[in-house]
Ligand binder design. Sequence first.
Ligand SMILES: [Zn+2]
Length: 189
Amino acid sequence: MSQTSSDILQVRVEALASLCSSLAAALSEAGFTGSQLNEIFSNHVRGECVQCGIQISGDDMGRIAMAGEAVELPNPKLGRLRQGYCARNGCDSFYYRVHLGDYVNLDWAKIREKADSLRGAAQADAAKAPGAETSAVRKRILMRVGAGVVVVAILLIWRHWIYYGYVPLLQRPHKYTIDPASAGHGPAR
Ligand SMILES: [Zn+2]
């Protein structure tokens, strides 16, 4: 079996999990069952570091995709992958080659196209993403976007607090302004 360019793709390490989720969503939308998905990811999908050549299974990618941000991964190799680093401690590569192997009735070119559109739809407009299968992918992307917004909000509040000495919405501004009634040179009554 020879692999064509449509069966190999190069992605950044931090994109492995979302790639895996969107491929899984596209496969299930195309009618593949859960056990077929397991078999495909266990035996027909693998990743390989472009720099050091270390290999990871499709299952490994699935585990990173399934584990939320807060979940402690038991395997330090998976922990590094989730953080966007190569699985090999000390390798500074940011890219992995993902090999998509042959499987009965599976047209990877079509699945990839579908996966790309699912990801695009989820990113562009949550309401337009069709089907329940995509909701996990959509939710994950939205959660990431949401987390980013929260971080930005915290930074803005922090900066506001540093500059102005109070937290907007939670505290009333300190009264630095002079009350005209006590200033003595207000308008005569
Ligand atoms: Zn590496």
